[in-house]
Write a protein that binds this ligand. Structure first.
Ligand code: ATP
Ligand code: MG
Length: 230
């Protein structure tokens, strides 16, 4: 019997990403290897500009790469058409960003429903699932608020609810606490940790913040285009 703990969510071999300017190549990622198992929280740390967001965007099929093999949730990301990338994103992964990128003209619950509606979940079901997730992040009483009426910490929690509502296998988070003060940041971190324990998704955590990184099961740093364990 397969132990789900051993299922591989991410397998990256020899990843290269470079920008070509005239005849000069600027390598951002230069032979990077990375493996993440189902249910793991893994950090990606490193100085500004080393390629953390670039790696995350490649894993989320938001950005292309030049060389290597990248397999995420059983899908090889080489040579995918734009349509296939969209399907991959819709089915397998969610993002949590520093700027929570809530849609300003929609209420909190509508923002959380959005990924389900895009996946053709019926409205009533989507609303129920979104409400349940907002309840989990402590915002059951703010479902009808618009983003402009929410604090930074509340917006961040709506962003987390939206990322988790589709119950994806993999969550990609880029500085999820980046805009928040210490208390809100800790609150969000504890919340994400509890939800990860409950739903057992894999989580890639890109961050500068050592405290946030300390919640990872495994920590890594990008240096000279490669990923090294910390
Ligand atoms: N379109 C582009 N053309 C050329 N260089 C680019 C392009 N996009 C990104 N870069 C460069 O790639 C490098 C890695 O950028 P990336 O955003 O991945 O860094 P990061 O590690 O996420 O940094 P931060 O911690 O500041 O968010 C940077 O030096 C950036 O200038
Ligand atoms: Mg970045």
């Amino acid at each position: 019997m397969t132990n789900t703990k051993d299922l591989i969510t991410i397998s990256v071999r020899g990843l290269q990403k470079y920008y070509q300017v005239l005849d000069q190549r600027y390598h951002i990622l230069d032979g990077l290897d990375f493996e993440v198992k189902a249910g793991e929280i893994v950090s990606v740390e490193g100085a500004s500009g080393v390629g953390k967001s670039t790696l995350l965007n490649i894993l989320g099929a938001m950005d292309s790469f030049n060389e290597g093999d990248v397999e995420v949730c059983g899908v090889s990301l080489k040579n995918l058409s734009e349509r296939q990338r969209e399907m991959f994103r819709a089915e397998k992964i969610s993002f949590i960003f520093q700027q929570h990128l809530l849609l300003p003209d929609f209420t909190a619950i509508e923002n959380v429903m959005m990924p389900l509606l895009i996946s053709k979940v019926p409205n009533k079901e989507a609303r129920q699932a979104a409400f349940a997730m907002l309840e989990k992040v402590g915002l059951a009483n703010r479902t009808e608020s618009f983003p402009s009426q929410l604090s930074g910490g509340e917006s961040a929690r709506v962003g987390v609810a939206r990322a988790l509502v589709g119950r994806k296998q993999l969550i990609l988070a880029d500085e999820p606490t980046g805009n928040l003060d210490r208390d809100n940041s800790r609150h969000l971190m504890d919340l994400i940790k509890d939800l990860q324990r409950e739903f057992q998704f894999s989580l890639i955590l890109v961050t500068h913040d050592m405290e946030l990184a300390s919640m990872a099961h495994r920590r890594n740093r990008i240096l000279s285009g490669k990923l090294n364990p910390l």
